[in-house]
Design a protein around this ligand. Structure first.
Ligand SMILES: CC(C)(COP(=O)(O)OP(=O)(O)OC[C@H]1O[C@@H](n2cnc3c(N)ncnc32)[C@H](O)[C@@H]1OP(=O)(O)O)[C@@H](O)C(=O)NCCC(=O)NCCS
Length: 168
């Protein structure tokens, strides 16, 4: 990864840059309080990416309790609410780094699986999520305000077993 690139936790002073990136990259925009609310809810899973000392991307997430999408037990799920990287800096691995760090942040709150909604036509983001191990679980008809369908994509936490460890 490039030396000029890093990922760190969002700080309230970053709000203007993050809102600006959200507005430039996505049709789903929110008031400042929505971003701040997610920061207070799960600060370890609201991250910004910096490149050459400028904020160029962000990911914000929510921890939700529910029934596992992979079994029947109650679990904590990590919801990727929004993620974006400035257009001119895409395809450099920055999005993947942000999403991976966001999932680590969510695991810090006990999330054992992850999910997100993505526009059916957003092939680029779907491709990135698939690379990261997400798969389409179902179609959410008319999910977006303009009537477009979403894919619900899900991923289970990968338990990395230490060498020599057993399941017992
Ligand atoms: C989704 C987004 C954050 C990805 O950011 P990015 O920095 O371009 O992603 P990366 O460069 O880290 O790509 C990650 C992986 O996906 C792959 N990938 C990238 N673009 C792809 C495409 N169009 N099709 C298939 N795979 C793709 C890359 O090859 C990379 O895999 P690799 O590391 O093995 O090479 C970015 O496209 C974006 O901001 N889009 C607009 C906002 C948006 O749609 N957000 C998601 C809403 S749900």
């Amino acid at each position: 990864m490039n030396d000029s690139f890093s990922v760190r936790q969002f700080h309230p002073d970053d709000i203007k840059q993050v809102v600006s990136i959200n507005q430039r990259c996505l049709p789903e925009n929110y008031p400042d309080q929505f971003f701040m609310g997610l920061h207070y809810h799960a600060p370890k899973a609201f991250l910004v990416a910096e490149y050459e000392e400028e904020i160029i991307g962000y990911i914000m997430c929510r921890i939700e309790r529910g029934i596992s999408g992979f079994g029947r037990m109650p679990v904590k799920k990590g919801h990727i609410v929004s993620v974006a990287v400035l257009q001119t800096l895409r395809h450099k691995g920055f999005g993947k780094a942000l999403i991976t760090a966001g999932m680590e942040g969510m695991m810090g709150y006990g999330a054992t699986e992850f999910f997100l909604e993505v526009r059916k036509t957003n092939e680029e983001a779907i491709g990135v999520y698939e690379k990261l191990g997400y798969s389409v679980r179902r179609v959410l008809r008319g999910y977006y305000r303009d009537g477009e369908d979403a894919y619900l994509m899900v991923k289970k936490e990968e338990v990395i077993q230490e060498e020599g460890a057993t399941d017992e």
